[in-house]
Ligand binder design. Structure first.
Ligand code: ATP
Ligand code: MG
Length: 678
């Protein structure tokens, strides 16, 4: 092999990180400095030097990010090996949750789990929490007891932050502190219910993995399995995730983590920036630290504005980024009248960019909360501008898609009550009381599927019941996936028509689900990955755009992490949105919102527009109900920073006067039309 020419483009610091040996390594650096790129080069370099790709564990923030990383590694490997490059399979790449699910499935019997366990998404988990709440009588006797979603969030924080219940309540849910005793018994019952039913929730995937990795006998085997463990976006991991990492590699050998403390934006999910700051000293000798300070992504104007925003933070970040991209204008601060104008402005600007040769795909619109894009989605649809939305998707939330997935889960694990409850009640004549009784019988039976077949349903449901039992058995047999999903669709078809008036449109979603299913090797992988990391499809008639089509990206800022586009638009850059007024407004929350704006701004390569509607709509999520409010530019861009931006007002004044009508004398059209009929 020739000298490592594929490393030539890297700067000396990046190269040092790529060629670093086996001792633990931390790359901590600002946005766009090439952290992810360096990680991809390091993986390719390890493989080029003979490392076994199946012994590399690569943990990313989302499955999409993992796939993107694999593509990058393949491209670099091509340069390293030339045209005869072997395909680089990285079977152990994915999110902590996804990898955890696979390892737990593999070790299920060793650690006393049902190998057929199903995974509950957040909504299923909240449903189960609710059932348990009712069973304990907490929702009846205690009128003001926290709602199911709050209970789940508290539980989740205890697990992920690895703190006591009282500490979690004090830190994040002070208004629930009085319920400590009730919550403790609720959570204990919730855990028992999950175990009885053979279900794991998201948090369990990390919790059981951490526990498993802490068992000396298994720890050794797990640690030996991976020669290298690499983690991107380490600033957004939680205590449980760092515990897993240390349990896998207690001496840190082969461990590389990269991240940016100024981009830590997931503390509401118990992520802690302490992980990345404390990483070096978690090992003895401590990890090597590499910092990168050249930004390759953005123009100077964008970078200076973003730097200026983050510099106002009372926290101290260690980076001082520079770029050679001195071309390009300052970012725009665009003042519009309201959200409708905001939508029109974005649609027109996007089209103008496309006219100028910039594909829709290289442009993105970012927003704080999923619902903020609603007016824009309407405007884009009206103008036939195709788009895909990331973060807060609708496809998998649609009732018919959930119905079909519930049947698949129920067939895999008939003890999963949330899935079973949903499935059984699709049958006409089966209500909650009978469904609960049936699930008791099924859950307690040695062969749950046989019990399902053997039950006597209410007379009206007899035929449907038999069809369900047959479909469930066919799916459970799993002969030649994806035939299972076809069986599920056939079974669901008559119910779809009965339940939904718009069955025609919904059928397209189900066809699309089947197409997605066909890309997975097994039912189990399909269900796991769909639950953990749903595809980003919007439920419209045409389904998600195909690979080679051009479409605009809409994304929450949280989901835009790690990505970049030529042009970026940020909606509602106003106080109340960024920072959001839904939080409690503590200073640590406000600082996280500042970092969020920094993340949004640093996604842009060539052009950045922050949009400031003078009025915006506050939905009923806010305690004060639906209303319009007058908005003020975000406090993160105080007057002192205005010179970093180009101020734009839209629509421009002359365009407005063109649109205005010149007064004319009133005409009675109605009378004229009546006259046409005599
Ligand atoms: P973020 O903090 O947003 O995750 P990052 O630090 O991971 O950013 P990358 O996404 O890896 O940064 O890189 C940003 C951009 O800079 C990419 O387009 C990448 O290809 C480019 N880049 C990185 N390093 C170099 C280099 N040495 N030469 C040229 N381009 C580079
Ligand atoms: Mg990155």
């Amino acid at each position: 092999m020739a000298a490592a020419a594929y490393l030539d483009k890297l700067n000396p610091e990046q190269r040092a990180a790529v060629e670093h040996g086996a001792a633990p390594l931390l790359v901590i650096a600002g946005a766009g400095s090439g952290k992810t790129n360096t990680l991809a080069h390091r993986v390719a370099h390890l493989v080029a030097q003979g490392a076994d790709p199946s012994r590399i564990l690569l943990l990313t923030f989302s499955r999409r990010a993992a796939q993107e990383m694999i593509r990058r590694v393949e491209r670099i490997a091509m340069q390293a090996f030339g045209p005869k490059a072997p395909a680089v399979q990285l079977p152990w790449s994915g999110t902590f949750h996804g990898v955890g699910a696979r390892l737990l499935r593999e070790f299920a019997e060793v650690v006393g789990l049902d190998p057929q366990f199903t995974i509950h998404d957040r909504e299923d988990s909240a449903d189960l929490m609710n059932v348990v709440r009712h069973e304990l009588g907490l929702s009846k006797t205690e009128k003001r007891f926290p709602a199911k979603g709050t209970c789940l969030a508290i539980y989740s924080r205890v697990v992920n932050a690895q703190v006591s219940l009282d500490r979690a309540l004090g830190d994040a849910f002070p208004w629930c502190a009085g319920w400590s005793a009730e919550l403790a018994s609720l959570f204990s019952a919730y855990v028992e219910a999950k175990q009885r039913q053979g279900v794991l929730d998201y948090d369990d995937l990390l919790l059981y993995w951490a526990q498993m990795a802490g068992e000396p006998a298994i720890a050794e085997e797990l640690g030996r399995r991976f020669d290298h463990v690499l983690v991107d976006e380490y600033q957004d991991t939680n205590r449980l995730q760092s515990a897993i990492l240390v349990a896998l590699k207690p001496d840190g050998r082969g461990v590389t983590v990269v991240g940016d403390d100024a981009q830590s934006i997931y503390s509401f999910r118990a992520a802690t920036v302490r992980n990345i700051l404390d990483f070096p000293k978690s090992f003895d000798p401590p990890a090597r630290i590499v910092t990168l300070d050249r930004n390759y992504r953005s123009t100077q104007g964008i970078l200076s504005a973003a730097n200026a925003v983050i510099e106002l933070s009372p926290e101290r970040f260690t980076k001082n980024l520079w770029t050679e991209r001195s071309d390009g204008a300052r970012p725009r601060l665009v003042s519009v009248r309201d959200e409708s104008d905001q939508a029109r402005f974005v649609a027109e600007a996007v089209l103008e960019n496309r006219e100028a040769g910039e594909a829709l795909k290289s442009q993105a619109v970012l927003f704080r909360t999923s619902s903020h894009s609603a007016p824009l989605e309407l405007e884009l649809t009206r103008r036939n501008i195709p788009f895909v939305k990331f973060g807060g998707l609708k496809f998998l939330d649609a009732a018919h898609v959930k119905d079909l997935l519930a049947l698949l889960r129920f067939a895999q694990n008939p003890r999963d009550r949330v899935s079973g409850f949903r499935t059984l009640q699709l049958l006409p004549g089966v209500g909650p009381a009978f469904a609960a009784k049936a699930l008791d019988a099924i859950g307690g039976a040695p062969s749950p599927l046989a019990a399902l077949t053997g039950l006597t349903p209410p007379p009206r449901a007899a035929a449907d019941w038999a069809a369900l039992a047959e479909a469930a058995s066919a799916i459970a047999a799993d002969a030649g996936w994806p035939s299972g999903i076809a069986a599920a669709r056939r079974w669901y078809e008559p119910h779809l028509e009965r339940i939904h008036e718009d069955a025609e449109v919904r059928r397209l979603d189900l066809a699309q689900l089947e197409r997605i299913a066909e890309t997975y090797p097994s039912r189990e992988r399909f269900l796991t990955e769909l639950t953990l990391d749903p595809p980003n499809a919007t439920s419209d008639e045409s389904g998600p755009p195909m690979q080679d089509e051009d479409y605009l990206i809409l994304s929450t800022i949280h989901s835009a992490k790690g990505q970049e586009w030529k042009s970026v638009f940020v909606l509602n850059t106003v106080d109340g949105c960024i920072p959001s007024d839904l939080g409690t407004g503590t200073s640590s929350e406000i600082e996280e919102e500042r970092r969020l704006l920094y993340v949004a701004m640093t996604r842009a390569k060539d052009a950045l527009s922050l949009i400031v509607p003078q009025r915006f709509y506050v939905s009923s999520q806010s305690a004060r109900g639906d209303r319009h409010v007058y908005a003020a530019r975000t406090r993160f861009i105080p007057t002192a920073l205005l010179d970093r931006f180009e101020a734009v007002s839209w629509p421009p004044p002359q365009a407005e006067s063109q649109g205005a009508r010149t007064p004319v004398a009133p005409i009675d059209l109605q009378a004229r039309i009546r006259a046409m009929w005599g």
